[in-house]
Design a protein around this ligand. Sequence first.
Ligand SMILES: [Cu+2]
Length: 166
Amino acid sequence: MRHRTLLTVTAVLAAAGSLLLAGCGGDDDADTSTPTPAGTSAPATTAPASTAPEAASTVAVVLGRPVEFGITADPATVPAGPATFAVSNAGEILHEMVVVPAPDGVDGLTLDGGEADETGALGEVADLAPGDDGTLTVDLPAGDYVLLCNLPGHFAGGMYTALTVG
Ligand SMILES: [Cu+2]
């Protein structure tokens, strides 16, 4: 009789323990399933300071505004020579900025399939997550350029803008 009571108590305690463990397990699952903000995206391309003389022009480039496939450059005309592009992604999806010579304008860059021909590109700030920014410093020969985002569908969606150098 006494033995059975002990067994019963033990069983009850075990059951309670299982419930507690199950409760804890549930909490743990909830905790681990909470997405941790991925702060792991690689730092944006940053040109070495040695390539950025004090006389470099600065062009502010904003991606993802006023529409998601929008891109603006301010100023849109700079003198030939070193220029630093300060690029920020104000949109809600991933974007990039590529500096492409475009002597024949944007139409001369368009490929079948809607992507842009990046031949001769001087550089890029790749894969900017929303809210991120990055810089690129390049030596710009005089000429006509297009700043564009060549992620799939973005260029075809109108994500380019002209830059005149010289
Ligand atoms: Cu884009």
